[in-house]
Design a protein around this ligand. Structure first.
Ligand code: NOJ
Ligand code: CA
Length: 580
């Protein structure tokens, strides 16, 4: 027996070394499978989804009421924007109690019912964890500001005023752009990368980190299935606060993201939380480059599961965008993650204007076709698709024109800052109208009753006027609606693993209107063709000669003759291919 022990040990070691845990690919070269790779995520902004008590604010009971609707979409997981107690300076991204539910949204009993209702339908729940900062109304901050030797003092970043003014730090939401706020109580400044009511937590303090892990475990014990870490790439800081070069704020990500000990903190979080529960993990932002992103998510790193990078969603700005650039960005990211790591695929969220208004065409003639086309893109790329509530209908920008209409602190304080800098305010308002976050936060359009069936009261943000025709009830009845197409597309993705795991190849990179690519897994191959333009467009592709079947099409027909195709405005089609 003894003689064989070293041999057995050697064998075990060898087996462990080759085991999938340490390698993101299996021995056959196929990607490692995981539920969070196969999942389609549906993001809900709870404030705007469904109000059940007439106060104009969506609530957890509202989401519970709509569980069957969510199930009918064919999605696998719901990501909820923050639902914790909050004074709502930034709609819940300013948490005053991480273990309680925001009063506007309901109670912990509602939460438990929501979670079990989702699970009963086979849908997972991803929670938003906001720990780059808390609310200034959180007990930790209340304590911290009380005195310089309070036990919670080091939960935040303070700069004693006798050292003079702290080196400039840019704040994203401050009306003066200044991330240091003076607090006379202890004659010191505190740091807030976001609003003055969102003081940054001090991750260099091990006690604070432990508190965060305990909070995450509290929710994991309840059975949540994942965490989205808000603004996490900013958590680690050089607490000596060196001066940054003038104008650094134009590239603040280079100075704020992925600093100091961030990887140590993530590895600690992995050990403390992720390794102990069957949860998925994603952080907002993926650093400054591919190396940063890989360091966050490659399996052997034992940090996070998938990257959520902004280069793609950032392409569409006021004034339009270039399809060649769009293709280049998504292709570059795909190829950088073809072997290790995993990506999120998204073109909208609660910080962006509406999908169809930015990337498609929201004029009545093209709205539906372009919304279907964009959903085809999101649901046919490699990576985990994130679909934002309302995009399954093709909801559009509300396009406010006056600053008084906005509710978002980023818009309101951004306006004040621009005005004090003497900017062209007419242009500022035009741009805001196109890109403001409030565009993506208007109430969900359920039916054509008052307030689109969202609320019996006055909604916190107005309902879009187009809700009369553009709503769930109307689209459920219409076999050609964006909603019905969305459901077909989610079904197609779940029926065809090639759409999840298949290798991606860009075709006709220089075609100005059409985005064409194949996905291939073993001998399964599909061809995706998307016309991003408002005119018919022709393309010729050898792959089109091997078409076997049309899997989905947002038009009744597709004009094809051998290798030559003509796509209608915003036409999207996926073909299965045979070997030719
Ligand atoms: C990113 C969130 O997505 C955004 O909505 C929020 O305002 C900031 N982080 C601050 O928490
Ligand atoms: Ca309500």
């Amino acid at each position: 027996m003894n003689i064989h022990l070293p041999l057995a040990l050697l064998l075990l070691l060898l087996l462990t070394a080759c085991s999938p845990k340490t390698s993101p690919r299996s021995s056959a070269g196929a990607p490692q499978k995981a539920w969070w790779k196969e999942a389609i995520v549906y993001q809900i902004y709870p404030r705007s989804f469904k109000d059940t008590n007439g106060d104009g604010v969506g609530d957890l009971k509202g989401i519970i009421e709509k569980l069957d609707y969510i199930k009918s979409l064919g999605v696998d997981a719901v990501w909820l924007n923050p639902i914790y107690s909050s004074p709502n300076d930034d709609n819940g991204y300013d948490v005053s109690d991480y273990r309680n539910i925001m009063q506007d949204f309901g109670t912990m009993a509602d939460f438990d019912q929501l979670l079990s209702g989702l699970h009963a339908r086979g849908i997972k729940l991803v929670m938003d964890i906001v720990v780059n900062h808390s609310s200034d109304e959180h007990e930790w901050f209340q304590q911290s500001r009380r005195s310089r030797n309070n036990p919670y003092r080091n939960y935040y970043h303070w700069w004693p005023a006798e050292k003079g003014k702290p080196p400039y730090r840019y704040s994203l939401f401050d009306e003066k752009g200044d991330a240091w706020k003076f607090d006379s109580l202890t004659n010191a400044y505190y740091l807030h990368y976001f609003s003055q009511k969102q003081p940054d937590l001090n991750w260099e303090n091990p006690k604070l980190r432990q508190e965060v892990y305990e909070i995450m475990k509290f929710w994991a014990e309840k059975g949540v299935d994942g965490f989205r870490l808000d603004a996490f790439q900013f958590v680690a800081k050089d607490t000596s606060f060196p001066a940054f070069p003038p104008g650094y704020e134009k590239n603040f990500i280079d100075y704020y993201a992925m600093q100091g000990n961030i990887h140590q903190y993530l590895k600690e979080m992995y050990r403390e939380v992720f390794s102990k529960y069957p949860v998925m993990s994603v952080a907002e932002g993926a650093g400054r480059n591919f190396d940063d992103a890989h360091a966050l998510v490659d399996a052997h790193r034992k940090e996070l599961n998938m990257a959520y990078a902004f280069e793609g969603v950032d392409i569409a700005q006021y004034g339009g965008y270039d399809l060649l650039h769009f293709k280049e960005v998504f292709s570059r990211w795909d190829s950088a993650f073809a072997h290790d790591g995993w990506l999120s695929i998204f073109l909208s969220n609660h910080d962006q204007a509406r999908l169809v208004s930015r990337f498609g065409n929201d004029s009545p003639a093209f709205r539906d076709a372009s919304a279907k086309m964009l959903n085809t893109f999101i649901l046919s790329m490699r990576g985990t698709p994130y679909c934002y509530y309302g995009d399954e209908l093709g909801m559009t920008n509300i396009g406010f024109t006056r600053i008084e209409q906005y509710r978002d602190i980023a818009a309101i304080n951004g306006y004040k800052k621009a005005r004090s800098e003497g900017q062209d305010m007419a242009l500022f308002l035009k741009k805001l109208s196109f890109q403001s976050r409030d565009n993506g936060r208007t109430p969900m359009q359920w039916d054509n009753s008052a307030q689109a069936g969202f609320s019996k009261g006055t909604p916190w943000l107005p309902v879009h006027a187009n809700a009369v025709g553009l709503n769930v009830a109307a689209q459920e009845k219409d076999p050609n609606s964006v909603l019905q197409y969305f459901k077909k597309m989610t079904q197609l993705r779940r029926q065809h693993p090639v759409l999840v795991y298949g290798q991606y190849t860009l075709l006709a990179a220089q075609h100005p209107d059409i985005y064409a690519y194949t996905r291939q897994l073993g001998d399964q191959k599909v061809l995706v063709l998307l016309n991003f333009s408002a005119k018919p467009s022709a393309i010729s592709l050898p792959e089109a000669g091997a078409v076997v079947q049309t899997l989905i099409n947002n038009y009744p027909e597709v004009e094809r003759s051998g290798e030559a195709l003509t796509l209608q405005p915003y036409q999207a089609v996926i073909f299965s291919l045979g070997s030719n």
